[in-house]
Design a binder for this molecule. Structure first.
Ligand code: ZN
Length: 181
């Protein structure tokens, strides 16, 4: 009997060098990649996250997933659909920006206002190996930009003003100590 066992992958936390690495291109979408995406999806759901990048589960790969809930006209939120981005490139971002509170599964309990473009156009490969180009906006655009930063070794704490960064140094140190592998 084969059980479809849910697999939760261990997260890499702030201080882990994998989070500062510019990740490697995926040459071929083989079974291992498909399994990784499945495990990452289970991990994302377990942690109630909006997105997860491969280095956050200790993998040096240009891959991330998102599942961003959609706000309905009546104010209710609909569960987000899973999206897979392999070897993504940011084609363009809007001049229009906005500021919103952001968190990261790799830096638990830290939420900061981050300014990002309102819209982003991404080109990437999906799990079937098909290249797609699509524009995203709002929370989904923010999530994609956050995850895309991860595969370039950039964290959301790098996207805040110097003064704000200084204010959280102690908190970051505490997080580093607490989650040290
Ligand atoms: Zn993150």
């Amino acid at each position: 009997m084969i059980l479809d066992k849910k697999m939760k992958l261990p997260l890499a936390y702030y201080g882990n060098p994998i989070l500062r690495k510019k990740c490697s291109q995926i040459e071929k979408i083989h079974e291992e990649i498909r399994q990784l995406v499945k495990d990452m999806t289970d991990t994302l759901i377990e942690h109630n996250g909006l997105g997860l990048a491969a280095p956050q589960v200790h993998r040096d790969l240009r891959l991330f997933i998102t599942a961003v809930p959609i706000e309905q006209p009546d104010g209710k939120w609909l569960a987000g659909q899973l999206r897979v981005f392999i070897n993504p490139t940011i084609v363009s971002v809007s001049e229009e920006i906005n500021s919103r509170s952001e968190g990261c599964l790799s830096i638990p309990s830290l939420y900061l206002e981050v300014i990002r473009p309102e819209r982003v156009t991404v080109r990437a490969t999906d799990l079937e190996g098909t290249i797609f180009e699509e524009e995203f906006s709002g929370l989904e655009a923010r999530c994609i930009l956050h995850e895309n930063d991860h595969i370039n070794g950039v964290l959301f704490i790098d996207r805040i003003p110097k003064k704000a960064r200084k204010d959280i140094e102690l908190k970051l140190k505490e997080i580093k100590e607490k989650y040290r592998g």
